[in-house]
Every structure is written in C-alpha cells, then in structure tokens.
Design a protein around this ligand. Structure first.
Ligand code: 3MF
Ligand code: MG
Length: 344
C-alpha cells in the first residue's frame, strides 16, 4: 500500500504509529487473543498500512537491535518518528522510575533514559517521549510529592544536559506525555498544565528542548478538552509531538481509532493544527482491540488514517471568516451547527 499522506500540510508528511499498536490483544483480564508478532516484523506491517514514521520503546527496540531495526526501516522506506524509554513494563519500575522511592531504581531509570537518548539519535528520530507510566502513587503519603517533583526536575535536567553536551544542535527534543491515571491511581504530570509547569522549573539551559506530547484520549480520561489542551501547548510553543486516538468517556485507557468517538472535536482539532501550521508528525497511539482477528490487526490504523484524512480535508474547508463572525456575535450554538454541517 502507498504511504498515507495528509495534504496539504506544512513540514513532516505522513503518519506515525507505534509498534505497540499491533499487539497480541492482551488486557489486564486476559492473555493474548492473537499471535504475538515479533517487534521488528511489525515494521513491514506498518509500512503495508501506509505508515511513514515508526515509534518504539527501548524494551521493543533495545540498543542492541538498533542496527537491525535501521536496516529494516530503510528496506521498507520508513523513518523513526519517536523513541521512548519504557519506565513501566519492567517489574523494577513497579513504583515508578525517576520518582521511585528506591534510589537504585532512580539510578537505573536515569541510565536507561541516557541510553535511550543515544538510541533515539542513532535511529534518526528527532523526538524522544517520556510517558509518566508509573510515576505516581496509589496510596496517599506513599511518596513525598514535593520530593517526587524535585526528582523529576533533577532527572530531566540531567537528561537534557547529557543530550545537549553530547549532541549539541542535533540533540533530540523531549516531549513529556501527560496522563491522569492508569496504571497508577494518581499520576504525576497528569495533564498538560502540570507538564508545562514542570518545564518552567527546569534549568533554563535545557528548557528549550523540553515540550509536550499531548494525547487526545488522555485529556478525555481526565475529563478535559483536548482541543484546548493542544492550544495550550501551542500557546506555550511546546507542542513537540502529538498522540491521536479516541476514548469512550472517562474510563480506563482505550486507545480507540482516531476520529471515532468525537468527530466534531476532532474536526476542530484539525482546524487548530492547520491554523497553527503544525509541522510535526501526526501520530496515532491506538491499540488493535483484542476482538480483532490476526489478519485484521491493522484495521485500527486504516480506520484512524481514513478518519484523519477525511477530517483534515473537511477542516481545510471550514470557513475561518464564519468562525470569526460567530465569535464576534457570540453565536456559539450556531457555530456548533456550522461545524456539524461541515462534518456531516
Ligand atoms: C500509554 C501511552 C503510551 C505512551 C508510550 C510512548 C504505550 O497510555 O500512551 O503508549 O504513549 O509509552 O511514550
Ligand atoms: Mg501515548
């Protein structure tokens, strides 16, 4: 299949997706429902689905597999869009990584993070993501929140200083991905505002390389509006990456297809990204549901991409002068009606 193109769009063309999007269908209540596809074998599947930019965790493509991964990426005409250390899968990180109460675990987390910087550069990805995985608490007073915050600041300062010293202008940029809960009951960096606040507390020398990776479903889990969350990142000049998907209300994390649950909001999000002349990758963080058959494992990517292409095209046609007019007369119901007309 040819590459999915979102056109016209400034900067990076093509779609991003994670190798973890094509998992075997495990969930907290049951084992796999499909054959587990070896990680590097998922790259050709992503290519077949029209993806351009691959994303992976260090546990999926460890440093030792980087040369092989690069060969496969090249063979299938793909690029690495983003790389990220897993601070959640290893039992070692059961109580967090940078915020673990165990000093030895914090040290290991930092070691993994610095190694992931090298792998990110080696793979040619421009962005490295930190998802707040297990950085949080289930029991009150289990951690000292102020110490945890300080540990995050110190950890990210160290990562930023390492990357800037070693790679200078070629340093990756770091995007922190907020999520309010799951797997912890309460997570540090639970929303975009918290991430921006943390960045404001980093060493000024590293601040320019730190930004946000908002995920539409994560905002929804927090009961927040992802259009405003993205606008807030843009306002701060900190939209470094984006994870697109959808979420059926404020429940457990579902990673459903982009454009499926709230198409009107998604249309509005496309308008915002177009008006901001977003140059970065449009990436999906979706999960093939356990009910999908082996042969249909990429349906979630096809569906997300088709929805995004349709919504992007419709958003281009949204008359910005009409929006301005509705705003000036405060006719918001009519504005909603106009957007619905553009959509349906
Ligand atoms: C979890 C997520 C993660 C992150 C990933 C990249 C598995 O809710 O969204 O996906 O996006 O770790 O940093
Ligand atoms: Mg994500």
């Amino acid at each position: 299949m040819s590459k999915i193109i979102i056109s016209p769009k400034k900067g990076k063309q093509g779609i991003g997706a994670g190798v973890w999007n094509l998992g075997p269908g495990r969930d907290p209540f049951g084992g796999p429902t499909r054959r587990e596809i070896p990680v590097l074998d998922r790259i050709p599947l992503l290519a077949e689905a029209g993806i351009t930019y691959v994303e992976a965790h260090d546990v999926e493509i460890p440093l030792s597999d980087v040369p092989k991964a690069k060969r496969i990426l090249k063979q299938y005409g793909l690029k690495m869009g983003m790389y990220t250390p897993s601070f959640f899968a290893d039992p070692l990180f059961k109580d967090g990584a940078m915020t673990s109460n165990d000093r030895a675990v914090r040290k290991q987390a930092l070691h993994n993070a610095l190694q992931a910087v090298d792998a990110t550069v080696e793979l040619g990805a421009e962005v490295m993501v930190f998802w707040n995985g297990r950085e949080g608490f289930d029991f009150v007073l289990a951690k000292n929140g102020r110490d945890s915050f300080r540990r995050l600041v110190d950890g990210f300062n160290t990562v930023g200083a390492y990357a800037l010293k070693k790679y200078g202008k070629k340093s990756p940029r770091f995007a922190l991905e907020p999520k309010p809960n799951e797997p912890r009951a309460n997570m540090y960096l639970g929303n975009v505002g918290e991430v921006l606040y943390l960045i404001s507390r980093l060493d000024p020398a590293v601040q320019p390389v730190f930004g946000v990776n908002p995920e539409t479903a994560h905002s929804r889990m927090a009961g927040l509006d992802y259009v405003w969350d993205v606008e807030l990142c843009l306002e701060a000049g900190k939209l470094f990456h984006i994870h697109l998907n959808s979420q059926d209300t404020t429940r457990y994390d579902q990673d459903m297809p982009f454009g499926y649950m709230e198409p009107l909001k998604d249309l509005a999000l496309c308008v915002v990204l177009q008006d901001a002349k977003w140059e970065g990758i449009l990436a999906f963080d979706v999960k093939a549901p356990r009910t999908d058959r082996q042969e249909d494992i990429a349906d979630i990517l096809h569906t997300s991409a088709a929805n995004l292409q349709r919504l992007w095209a419709k958003a281009l046609k949204v008359d910005r002068r009409k929006i301005a007019a509705f705003r000036s007369t405060q006719q918001y119901t009519a504005l909603g009606g106009y957007l619905a007309k553009c959509l349906y």
